[in-house]
Ligand binder design. Structure first.
Ligand code: ATP
Length: 194
């Protein structure tokens, strides 16, 4: 069984994912995979260069992140183009990763955007990590040394907390560590017996 582990920016997805990993559950981190694939996947590299120009990569082969961000985040059409290249590459890679982990009791796919893409049907269930926006904002500003405006810009591309929580098959409320661990253990038991 393969479950999505999602939640809005700063909700604690990665923190929760690491707890599942400590229980021996393999986790696919979609954001990290996308970054890796933009470097390693030759088909994706070629597609990005064709769409955004040779300047997408620096002479040393590394990704010209600021160039790409400027291009892709300037308008929605460009962002759709970027996602249209990156998402299929991640899906291919995640499918191979799943096959490699098929002996695990279950696996998790950690990503911020799952419900927004209408991908529920790709998973046996969707786990949503929920946390009030004021706490998420504070945690992200502290973690990334960023501003409230940068937080709002990312949050604007995601569903509201209420909508996301309503769409969850399983909910983890991340208001504090001491409350988090029992919920992870409880859900782990539930998923093991499904
Ligand atoms: P993003 O969407 O930006 O990838 P995320 O949902 O993966 O974020 P995390 O990185 O896991 O969220 O958590 C955001 C920040 O809040 C991190 O610095 C993390 O250490 C902290 N954090 C997460 N859960 C808790 C908690 N229960 N108590 C205190 N701090 C927490």
């Amino acid at each position: 069984m393969h479950y999505a582990l999602t939640g809005n920016i700063g909700s604690g997805k990665s923190t929760v994912a690491r707890e599942f990993e400590r229980l021996g559950i393999p986790v696919y981190y979609a954001d990290a995979a996308a970054k890796r694939l933009m470097l390693e996947d030759q088909e994706l590299r070629a597609g990005l260069k064709a769409a955004f120009g040779e300047e997408t990569y620096l002479p040393d082969g590394s990704l010209n992140r600021s160039w790409l961000a400027e291009k892709a985040f300037s308008d929605d059409e460009q962002l759709r183009r970027l996602n249209g290249l990156v998402h299929p590459a991640v899906h291919r890679d995640a499918a191979a990763w799943r096959r490699a982990n098929e002996t695990a009791p279950y696996t998790l796919y950690e990503a911020a955007i799952v419900l927004e893409l209408g991908r529920q049907a790709d998973f046996a269930g969707v786990i949503v990590v929920a946390c009030p926006e004021s706490i998420r904002r504070q945690r992200v500003i502290q973690r990334d040394h960023t501003t409230a405006a940068a937080f709002e810009a990312r949050a604007a591309k995601q569903w509201t907390d209420d909508k996301k929580e309503a769409a969850a098959d399983y909910l983890i409320k991340n208001n504090g560590y001491e409350l988090l661990l029992p919920q992870v253990l409880h859900l782990h038991q539930q998923l093991l017996t499904r």
